[in-house]
Write a protein that binds this ligand. Structure first.
Ligand SMILES: Nc1ncnc2c1ncn2[C@@H]1O[C@H](COP(=O)(O)OP(=O)(O)O)[C@@H](O)[C@H]1O
Ligand SMILES: [Mg+2]
Length: 306
């Protein structure tokens, strides 16, 4: 069942009097109950801006976000990247968990929530500084679950955690997704975990979704040159330090491109056609690129695979 439908969502940030940044450009997708959808792409591609718009923390410039149910504040919850910044050091874990229960008048106790994320009930009396990063992220997940949401937005939920505990946390989110029939948006720059945990993968590049489809198809037979680049890339040395990552794209991309494919100045296959309108091809597995479309035309015409 569709939980959330996003249509033609865009966000333009006003940087100063002259400059505008189109951080999210005409993005459409669905989140379905009991399924994880991954949103992948390099730093600065607009992933968090999408998650924040879905969480109503950022106002869209245009587009629509439709929720099946009517109680947005209760039904859409977010887990943030930084488990150290997301809990108030002045309050106990129990306080953090009881507040959403009270606000949304949902039955349950802090202790029950802790149990659902595999933490001891006694943690209710502790303070955030007494917990490890992984334990804090479990608390953040428990807090997000307190109102019994339909949609869980997880923005790089493990990228600041120790590599050794990342899978535990992702497995926890995966189990809760099934148990609570949650629609999960998993934002990450890690294709391997996106493939493992998500049913569908959406690949973002500079504000646009350039490819999306069933996780295995996108990873094993990527259609967009950018997805290929991501899939072939060596393990990301910055994976554990997302916050400190140098602004790579700003250095590499040069002046902003207007229209056409925004990847064309990094693309080994770029032709003049890439500056024009870019077609989207495919049905379940969609690719926004001129390359395969023209390949296909050639194949159909000549009957020879390229
Ligand atoms: N509040 C803001 N004001 C201006 N620019 C922003 C703001 N938030 C994000 N951006 C810019 O929008 C782009 C996308 O950012 P973001 O959504 O955080 O990307 P990601 O999560 O993929 O790293 C970046 O260039 C970022 O600098
Ligand atoms: Mg981000």
């Amino acid at each position: 069942m569709t939980s959330m439908t996003v249509s033609h969502l865009s966000k333009t940030f006003k940087l100063n009097r002259k400059e505008r940044l189109r951080a999210v450009d005409d993005v459409s997708f669905e989140l379905r109950s009991g399924e994880t959808t991954a949103l992948v792409g390099e730093s600065g591609s607009g992933k968090s801006t999408i998650a924040r718009m879905l969480a109503r923390l950022v106002t869209p410039t245009s587009g629509e976000i439709l929720l099946e149910t009517s109680n947005y504040r209760k039904d859409v919850q977010m887990v943030f990247q930084d488990p150290f910044a997301s809990l108030n050091p002045a309050h106990t874990i129990g306080y953090h968990l009881r507040r959403p229960l009270e606000i949304h008048k949902t039955p349950g106790t802090a202790e029950e929530l802790l149990e659902r994320v595999n933490l001891p009930a006694a943690f209710a009396g502790r303070y955030p500084h007494e917990l490890s990063g992984g334990q804090r992220q479990r608390v953040a997940i428990a807090r997000a679950l307190a109102p019994r949401p339909k949609v869980l937005l997880a923005d790089e939920p493990v990228s600041m955690l120790d590599v050794s505990i990342r899978l535990e946390i992702l497995n926890l989110i995966d189990r809760l997704k099934s148990e609570e029939d949650l629609a999960v948006l998993y934002v990450t720059h890690d294709l391997a975990t996106a493939r493992h945990f998500a049913r569908d993968i959406m690949v973002m590049y500079r504000g646009q979704i350039v490819e999306r489809g069933p996780a295995d198809d996108v990873i094993l037979t990527p259609g967009h040159p950018y997805t290929r680049l991501l899939a072939e890339a060596a393990p990301d040395p910055w994976a554990a330090h997302e916050g400190e990552r140098p602004p790579r794209q700003e250095r590499r991309n040069g002046p902003p491109l207007a229209g056409g494919c925004l990847f064309r100045n990094r693309c080994p296959y770029a032709t003049d056609a890439c500056a024009g309108d870019i077609p989207v091809y495919g049905e379940k597995h969609l690719v926004r690129c001129v390359l395969r479309a023209s390949d296909r035309t050639a194949m159909e015409r000549d009957g020879t695979p390229s």
